[in-house]
Write a protein that binds this ligand. Sequence first.
Ligand SMILES: CC(C)(COP(=O)(O)OP(=O)(O)OC[C@H]1O[C@@H](n2cnc3c(N)ncnc32)[C@H](O)[C@@H]1OP(=O)(O)O)[C@@H](O)C(=O)NCCC(=O)NCCS
Length: 244
Amino acid sequence: MTPGAAGPPRVLLLAYDLRSPGTEELAHAVLNVLSPTERERVLRKRLAADRTRSLIGRWLARRAAARIVGSPWTTLSTGQRPGGQPYVVGRPQLSLSIAHGGRYALAAAALEARVGVDTEQVARVTRLPDHAFLGPGERAALRAVPRGEERRAALWVLKEAAAKLTGQGLRAGLRNIGFECPGTRFPLAARTPYAAAEFRAFRLPGGYVAAVGSSAGEPPREPVFVTPFRETALNTGRTDRFHE
Ligand SMILES: CC(C)(COP(=O)(O)OP(=O)(O)OC[C@H]1O[C@@H](n2cnc3c(N)ncnc32)[C@H](O)[C@@H]1OP(=O)(O)O)[C@@H](O)C(=O)NCCC(=O)NCCS
């Protein structure tokens, strides 16, 4: 993405490889700028690795929102609704979604639209039984797909992204969120009667999948990978310094 080339995006999806050099330092810096409530919420996580991913997720969310509104990320603060959904304090026109799992943290921000994101390692979803998240129609459709593990994992992240978009989370019951993905190639375009939104599922390097949904405007065609220093579009490889 070239900053300023086509104006600010309406929906932006950022991704971060948690193995990037400088991750711990970045997480520490983010902890220092959180509100006391947010800090306390992150510090409640028992494992240091979970605290780090949670901090990086918040950083990505602020960066994505900041890019959309054209302010430095340090001027925005995030909070969490009682159900866990993140938001930008004092900016009701923005919506946020955060996911972190295994190697990646992701966050999406959108202007005048609701967003949801999720990511998961394909192998972890392969170990889950069908009844944990698939409806009968989805099981039948998957039986027709040879080597369908990635597509099956894509359904998992699509459902979680939808549950985050509405803010219901797992209370929605993932089996109740039925998805149709008519195409065969990634990124998969997808829809569900559960949420009035368009969704896309992507492959991420190293055997992961991710999904993003947006209730208005097109969901991003690809995540933008960021490090503490730069951002790189996943598929085009275009790189820019990440301007404040
Ligand atoms: C939202 C939820 C699906 C996240 O799933 P997960 O795979 O554990 O975690 P992910 O990394 O994908 O996402 C975590 C992020 O989702 C966001 N999130 C949490 N609850 C959310 C909700 N209800 N809606 C939208 N986003 C939510 C938070 O930003 C969280 O990041 P944080 O832990 O750093 O604060 C799940 O935690 C959930 O449903 N929580 C709500 C509580 C609930 O329903 N519990 C009943 C369990 S049966």
